[in-house]
Design a protein around this ligand. Structure first.
Ligand SMILES: [Zn+2]
Ligand SMILES: [Zn+2]
Length: 349
């Protein structure tokens, strides 16, 4: 089967061809090995994680992480509704924050780190990893390790967040949806063991471990920054409070649920254009809202592709930004599936 075609001046040798139409990527053997995990078909690697029981403190932190943005967003809407305490500045802060931190997840955590779908300078890597960390979805190493595990076992036993591993019937479907959306967060250990198994290559990237080490400060910064901006621009404590609600908690709420919807909705609702060994779907609504990640069946069929919206009409903001970075020369070795690889996996029925 054919391989991807780096669409620019290649600074590295051609990659060996793998049987899923995607190449192993990056030049180091260690990275190739980790990517083999990431691209492996379900059960290609024997045995699942014997997850240790999730510590209580972990569950408590996750509970706060899930509930606090919801409360903040509801509070912001309530203040807007009852007291008119909203304007374009606060909404703009939320919108820009959602776009930027969302791209940090999709470009930085997902396409650049987890799947190594393009190469770039380390300063650019760290910049995108930092922007993604502000989304408060965990530090990059843990996020990538969980996501590689998802690809390894996708919709099979061992998948951290499949909606399809519950009992039959309506109740099973509801349970499955909740588990895939946010329930799984309470059951998954984000510890070093997972990172060592699934992302040893990423650990070696200079500076990448600092996001895990100083994650608490990233949380504080992510929520404090919009409060400071709101306070300074509006010149009041009310401005700081509304900045915190809209640009902080409200923005985190949006980004979280959009990301989680890729795990839940995009494994249930949408079209399956390619054979992919799982139940991933292309969903146009989340293609747009999640900056391209909703073309999730495309992604599972071609995990290392830097482009998820493979058709011209499949909106993919992340791909547009990657192309822009390529145009200015700070990104290279972009992986894309060849026409032949796409034709081979195309579903006809
Ligand atoms: Zn998936
Ligand atoms: Zn992925």
């Amino acid at each position: 089967m054919s391989t991807v075609t780096p669409d620019n001046k290649s600074r590295r040798k051609a990659r060996p061809v793998k049987d899923d139409g995607n190449p192993a990527v990056s030049s180091e053997q260690a990275i190739d090995d980790a990517l083999a995990h990431a691209d492996a078909k379900p059960h290609a690697i024997q045995g699942h994680e014997d997850d240790d029981p999730t510590p209580f403190i972990h569950k408590l932190i996750v509970l706060i992480t899930v509930v606090a943005p919801l409360v903040g967003f509801a509070w912001a809407i309530n203040l807007a509704w009852q007291a008119g305490a909203v304007n374009y500045f606060y909404l703009g802060m939320m919108g820009i924050g959602w776009l930027l931190t969302g791209l940090g997840i999709t470009i930085g955590f997902h396409r650049m780190l987890t799947h190594r779908s393009f190469d770039t300078y380390n300063w650019n890597r760290l910049m995108w990893a930092g922007i993604g960390t502000l989304a408060l979805e965990g530090p990059p190493l843990a996020w990538c390790a969980v996501h590689r595990k998802h690809h390894q076992h996708s919709d099979q036993e061992g998948d951290p967040h499949s909606p399809h591993l519950h009992e039959e019937g309506v109740l099973g479907a509801i349970k499955g949806f909740w588990h895939a959306h946010a329930g799984w967060l309470f059951t998954q250990n984000w510890d070093d063991k997972l990172v060592n198994k699934y992302a040893p290559d990423l650990k070696k990237i200079k500076g990448m471990q600092s996001f895990s080490k100083y994650y608490l400060y990233w949380i504080i910064g992510s929520l404090a920054l919009p409060a400071v901006i709101g306070g300074l621009v509006m010149g009041s404590w009310t401005g700081a409070w509304l900045g915190f609600l809209w640009g902080g908690l409200g923005r985190v709420f949006l980004t979280h649920h959009v990301t989680w919807s890729v795990n839940s909705i995009c494994h249930i609702f949408g079209k399956r254009d390619f054979h992919s060994d799982d139940d991933s779907r292309n969903n146009a609504i989340f293609g747009i809202l999640s900056h391209g990640e909703g073309w999730h069946n495309n992604h599972h069929a071609f995990p290392t592709s830097a482009r998820h919206g493979l058709q011209w009409w499949q909106w993919d903001t992340s791909w547009m930004v990657i192309r822009l970075m390529k145009a200015v020369g700070i990104v290279w070795n972009i992986r894309l599936p060849s026409e032949k690889a796409m034709a081979a996996k195309k579903r006809t029925a």
